[in-house]
Write a protein that binds this ligand. Structure first.
Ligand code: T3D
Length: 267
C-alpha cells in the first residue's frame, strides 16, 4: 500500500487545497512534510490555473510546530543546530507563503502551536474554527518564538500582548485572536470549510495580479513612512492600471454586469 503524503495537494477549479497530513502528531513538521509543502507551494506558484491557496490540517489539529520526536535528546546526544533548521526549512517556508503572488487562506481547523501557529499567521487571511487555539508553545521547551512569531505578534498585537503570549504560552482562543486583530475571523467549527471554500472560490475568479500587488503594497507599509508608501502605491497602481483586468473591471461596472477576470497580468 502506498504511504500517504505528509501534504495532500487537491487541485480544485481555480485554487488548491494543501492539507498538512500527519494527524497522529497533530501535523507537526518533520523534514518530509517541509519538503512536500515546499514542492506543493512551488507548484501553486507556477500554475496560472491556481489563483488561490488554502492551507489546512488533517484531523483534529492544524499543526503542532516542529515534530519533537525528531529532537529527542536521548537519540540525538548533542543539541541540534536549530539556527540551521530555521534557515533550511522554517524561514524559507514563511517567505514562500508571504511572497506567493496569489492569496493564501489558512483554515485553522484545530490547535496551532509553536511554529504551527506562526505558519498560520504567515498566511494572508486566517480563519479559525472557534474550537481552535493559538499557542506560542516555545517557552515550554525553553525556546523562543520562531517562524516569524516575534514579528507577527509584535506587529499585530503590540509588545504587551506579544510578550505575555510568548512568555506564558497561554492558549489564545480563535475568538480572542480575531477580537485582538491577530486573525481575520473565528467561525463555528462546522462552518469553517464552507466559509473558506466560498472565499477561495471568490479569489479564484478575482483579479489575481491585483491581489499580488495589494499584498506587496501592504507588506511594504509597516517599514515605510507615509511619503514612501504613497510612492509604493503610485508605482504599483501604475502597474495595476496597465492590466486587462482593470479595463475589464471598469467596463463591467459601467455595463452593470459581473466582471470576468483572468489570473494573468494581461490576456
Ligand atoms: O526544532 C527546530 O527545528 C526549531 C524550530 C522549532 C519550531 C517549533 O515549533 S518548537 C515548538 C514545538 N511544538 C510544541 O512544543 C508543541 C507540543 N505539543 C503540545 O504542546 C500539545 O500537543 C498541544 C498543546 C499542541 C496539543 O495538546 P493536546 O492535549 O490537544 O494533544 P496531545 O495529546 O498533547 O498530542 C496529541 C498527539 O500529538 C500526541 O501523540 P500520542 O500520545 O497521541 O501518540 C503527541 O505526542 C503528538 N504531538 C503533539 N505535538 C507534537 C506531537 N508529536 C511530535 N511533535 C509535536 N510537536
Amino acid at each position: 500500500m502506498p504511504t500517504e503524503s505528509p501534504v495532500l495537494h487537491e487541485r480544485r477549479d481555480g485554487y488548491a487545497v494543501l492539507t498538512l497530513n500527519r494527524p497522529d502528531r497533530l501535523n507537526a513538521f518533520n523534514e518530509a512534510q517541509h519538503l512536500a509543502l515546499r514542492a506543493a507551494l512551488n507548484e501553486c506558484a507556477k500554475d496560472d490555473a491556481c489563483r488561490a491557496v488554502v492551507l489546512t490540517g488533517a484531523g483534529r489539529g492544524f499543526c503542532a510546530g516542529q515534530d519533537l520526536f525528531d529532537r529527542d535528546p536521548t537519540i540525538l546526544g548533542e543539541n541540534p543546530d536549530l539556527g540551521r533548521t530555521l534557515e533550511t526549512f522554517y524561514n524559507p517556508l514563511i517567505l514562500q507563503l508571504r511572497n506567493l503572488e496569489k492569496p493564501v487562506i489558512c483554515a485553522v481547523n484545530g490547535v496551532a502551536a509553536g511554529a504551527g501557529a506562526n505558519i498560520a499567521l504567515a498566511c494572508d487571511i486566517v480563519i479559525g474554527a472557534k474550537s481552535a487555539k493559538f499557542i506560542q508553545a516555545f517557552s515550554k521547551i525553553a525556546l523562543i518564538p520562531d517562524a516569524g512569531g516575534t514579528w507577527w505578534l509584535t506587529r499585530h498585537l503590540g509588545e504587551a500582548r506579544a510578550k505575555a503570549l510568548a512568555l506564558t504560552a497561554h492558549p489564545l482562543s480563535a475568538e480572542d485572536a480575531a477580537n485582538w486583530g491577530l486573525i481575520w475571523r473565528a467561525v463555528d467549527d462546522e462552518k469553517l470549510m464552507d466559509e473558506v471554500t466560498a472565499l477561495a472560490e471568490a479569489f479564484a475568479n478575482g483579479p489575481t495580479h491585483a491581489y499580488a500587488l495589494t499584498k506587496k503594497a501592504i507588506h511594504a507599509a509597516s517599514g515605510n513612512t507615509l511619503e514612501e508608501q504613497l510612492q509604493v502605491e503610485r508605482r504599483l497602481q501604475h502597474e495595476a492600471g496597465q492590466s486587462d483586468n482593470y479595463k475589464e473591471g471598469v467596463a463591467a461596472f459601467l455595463a452593470k454586469r459581473p466582471a470576468v477576470f483572468t489570473g494573468k497580468k494581461s490576456r
